[in-house]
Ligand binder design. Structure first.
Ligand SMILES: [Zn+2]
Ligand SMILES: [Zn+2]
Length: 322
């Protein structure tokens, strides 16, 4: 399903293949993932591309850029994180646009070919995309000298009205972008507005505010804190890596509920990256106690039986002797 928006140009209303998120912010769904374009409020021709979709969709990204900005290339490409579905078109786009790419310092090992992402966990989430996630590449892309670290002061290159928020958990260097003036949030995969584990939700983008995609999230403690930090901002609009933008009361209600029930709603009940929480510890302690009790019980029973045998043996021996 293609999302369409409307563009007014010289009095004409043109149907577009992208959607409007907020003033100077547009998005486009490419397969199962979104990319965004943000124009500077001070200079419309100065714009950045946020994320680079799945491999093979570069013409769609270039078409959207040309519809919005004509021949102006982006000033930079900013990555919320480096998962394969957010960097797939980068190499082809960088052949056309000789521009810098920015990401958080902690994400650079995964963008310079040095470190593999932890492998996906197909056992969590329950949907077909989760089950297929074992096929998703965790191999890092190598952007060489093109990749630059975002500065720690939260400034976003070329977009002075935006700030970078460090939102780790889904990946170690995951970031979100936030414009405080109208409370617009580009959340990447810190949380998403569809149930990304399900292929039907991922393709149709049925709305369902969820935590980060379960199969690809290795640090649930940081992920929970990141969602709580974002919810505290009370964003008016959120555009995420997967799913349609959400805004107003719908966003406020769902994001507040997700933040306060994160462990119950977002964290898988089992899986190789599920943290050991107090319930797990209690469960394990109870199991250990049961085991110790059983061993003690069997030992005592064996001792009692052996003592009885000795007494009985002694008694029968005495009787035989008498
Ligand atoms: Zn991701
Ligand atoms: Zn994603």
């Amino acid at each position: 399903m293609e999302n369409q928006g409307l563009l007014k140009h010289n009095g004409l209303v043109i149907k577009t293949s992208y959607f409007n998120v907020a003033h100077n912010v547009w998005g486009k769904k490419l397969g199962i993932v979104n990319i965004y374009m943000i124009a500077s409020s001070t200079d419309f021709g100065q714009w950045v591309l946020v994320d680079a979709g799945m491999r093979g969709y570069h013409n769609e990204i270039i078409d959207m850029a040309e519809q919005l900005f004509g021949d102006y290339p982006p000033a930079a490409i900013i990555l919320t994180h480096g998962h394969f579905d957010h960097v797939g078109c980068l190499k082809v786009l960088l052949e056309k646009w000789d521009v810098p790419v920015y990401a958080h310092q902690a994400e650079l090992p995964y963008l310079t070919g040095r470190t593999y992402y932890p492998s996906p966990d197909p056992s969590v989430g329950g949907g077909l995309l989760s089950l297929l996630s074992f096929t998703f590449p965790s191999k890092p892309i190598d952007l060489g000298s093109k990749i630059h670290a975002l500065t720690h002061d939260g400034m976003v290159p070329f977009l002075p009205e935006w700030e970078m928020l460090f939102t780790p958990g889904h990946t170690p260097g995951h970031i979100s972008l936030y414009r405080d003036d109208d409370k617009v949030l580009i959340a990447g995969d810190a949380f998403v507005t569809t149930k990304q584990e399900s292929i039907i939700f991922a393709l149709t983008q049925w709305k369902h505010l969820s935590g980060p995609p379960k199969y690809f999230t290795p640090d649930w403690i940081s992920a929970a804190q990141s969602v709580r930090n974002l919810a505290n901002l009370q964003p008016a609009t959120a555009a995420t890596g997967h799913g349609l933008p959400m805004s107003g009361e719908e966003l406020e209600t769902n994001l507040t509920y997700l933040a306060s029930h994160f462990e119950e709603l977002a964290v898988p009940k089992h899986g190789k990256y599920v943290p050991i929480n107090s319930n797990t510890i209690q469960h394990r302690k109870a199991g250990k106690a049961r085991l110790i009790n059983s061993v003690c019980g069997i030992t005592l029973f064996a001792l009692a039986a052996y003592t009885s045998f000795l007494v009985l043996d002694n008694f029968t021996g005495m009787r035989n002797e008498s």
